[in-house]
Write a protein that binds this ligand. Structure first.
Ligand code: HEC
Ligand code: HEC
Length: 288
C-alpha cells in the first residue's frame, strides 16, 4: 500500500475505531459520525513510518489520555473501576459452587497469595495444555476447585475477580513467563499483530507501531500496551476486558472478531504482554 492509500484508510476508519461496538460501525452510522477537521489533520501529515516503540519510547495508554482521565485513574476515590475491585474482594471471601469453598479458603489473603500473579499472565498451563489468560485461570478454579457454573465473559463477577487479582500487582512490571510454550503462543500472536485484516485491510501494527501518537477522528492512537486491564472505559460506561478491547479494534477495521475465549485472542494477549514487558501494571485502568 502506498503511503497515501494508508493515510486514506486511516482517515476512513477513524470514526469507526472511535466507536466501540458493532452497532456503531454500520456504514451509514459511521458516515454520520465522520468529523472533518481532525481527519484533515491526519491527511496533511506525511505518513512517515515510526520505528516500533522501543524501550525508550514505550508509553502506557495512560500517557495519551487527558489530564482529567489520568486523574480519574490515579485517584482510587474517583476511579469507577474500584467498585468492581471491592466486589471482587467480597467474591474472594464468599463460598461458591458444589464444593462450597471460597477462593480465600485455598488461597488465603489475596494481598499475599495473588501478588504478582496478574503480571505474568497469559501463561502456559500444563493441566489444560495451552496458554491461558488470567480470566481463564480464574475460571479453571471456579469450575474445577469450586465446582461452580462458568461465569459469562464480561460478567460483573468475572471482571470483579479479575480486577481484584489484578489490583494485587498494581505497580509491578509486566513479566510474561519465558517458557517455550508461552513464548511460542506470543510469537503466533505477533504474526497476527502484523497481519492485515478486515475490509480496511489494516494490521494492528500499522496503527499501533507505525502511527501511534497520531489522531484518528477524536481518538489518539495509543501504542496498545495492555497493562491496565480490566479497564473502566468511559465510552463503555462500564468495566471491560482486554478481549473486549481487542474485538473493538477488529470490528473497527471491519474484520470479523473471534468469539470470547478464542485462541486467537489469547495469543494476541500473550504477544501484547511480551511487547509490554517491564511496563508497570496500572490495573484497574481508566481509558477514554
Ligand atoms: C485503524 C487503527 C487501528 C487498528 C488497525 C487497530 N487499532 Fe487498536 N486502537 C486504535 C485506537 C484509536 C485506540 C484507542 C481508542 C480510544 O482511545 O478511544 C486503540 C486501542 C487499542 C488498545 C488499548 C490500549 C490501552 O491503552 O488500553 C489495544 C490493546 C489495541 N488497540 C490493540 C489492537 C490490536 C491487537 C489490533 C489488531 C487486531 C488493533 N488494536 C488494531 C486504533 C487501531
Ligand atoms: C480447593 C482449592 C481452591 C479454590 C477454592 C480456588 N483455588 Fe485457585 N488454585 C488452587 C490451586 C491448587 C492452584 C494452583 C494451580 C493448579 O495446580 O491448579 C490455584 C491457582 C490459581 C491461580 C493461579 C495462580 C498462579 O500463581 O498462577 C489463580 C489466579 C486462582 N487460583 C484464582 C482463584 C480464584 C479467583 C478462586 C475463587 C473463584 C480460586 N482460585 C479458588 C486451588 C483453589
Amino acid at each position: 500500500m502506498t503511503h497515501t492509500a494508508a493515510a486514506g484508510l486511516l482517515l476512513c476508519c477513524g470514526a469507526a475505531l472511535a466507536g466501540n461496538d458493532a452497532a456503531d460501525l454500520s456504514v451509514t452510522g459511521y458516515r454520520a459520525h465522520v468529523p472533518t477537521r481532525p481527519m484533515l489533520a491526519v491527511a496533511t501529515h506525511p505518513q512517515s513510518k515510526k520505528p516500533p516503540a522501543s524501550a525508550e519510547t514505550r508509553q502506557s495508554g495512560a500517557h495519551f489520555m487527558s489530564a482529567a482521565t489520568q486523574a480519574m485513574q490515579n485517584d482510587d476515590r474517583q476511579n469507577p473501576a474500584m467498585l468492581w475491585v471491592a466486589g471482587g474482594e467480597t467474591l474472594w471471601q464468599t463460598p461458591a459452587g458444589k464444593a462450597n469453598r471460597a477462593c480465600a479458603a485455598c488461597h488465603g489473603d489475596a494481598r499475599q497469595s495473588m501478588r504478582g500473579v496478574a503480571a505474568r499472565y497469559p501463561a502456559f498451563d500444563s493441566k489444560v495444555n495451552h496458554v491461558v489468560t488470567l480470566a481463564q485461570r480464574i475460571e479453571l478454579c471456579r469450575q474445577g476447585a469450586q465446582q461452580a457454573a462458568p461465569l459469562a465473559p464480561e460478567s460483573d463477577d468475572l471482571l470483579s475477580l479479575e480486577a481484584y487479582i489484578g489490583m494485587q500487582s498494581r505497580g509491578m512490571p509486566v513479566a510474561p513467563p519465558a517458557d517455550e510454550a508461552t513464548r511460542a503462543a506470543a510469537e503466533r500472536g505477533r504474526l497476527r499483530w502484523q497481519q492485515r485484516i478486515g475490509q480496511l485491510n489494516l494490521s494492528c501494527a500499522q496503527c499501533h507501531d507505525d502511527n501511534w501518537g497520531r489522531k484518528l477522528a477524536s481518538a489518539v492512537i495509543p501504542q496498545a500496551h495492555a497493562n491496565a486491564y480490566p479497564i473502566y472505559r468511559l465510552e463503555w460506561q462500564t468495566l471491560g476486558s482486554l478481549p473486549r478491547r481487542l474485538r473493538n479494534c477488529m470490528t473497527g477495521v471491519r474484520a470479523e472478531a473471534p468469539p470470547y475465549g478464542a485462541l486467537e485472542l489469547v495469543e494476541l494477549e500473550a504477544w501484547l504482554a511480551l511487547r509490554a514487558r517491564g511496563l508497570p501494571l496500572e490495573t484497574p485502568g481508566v481509558r477514554p
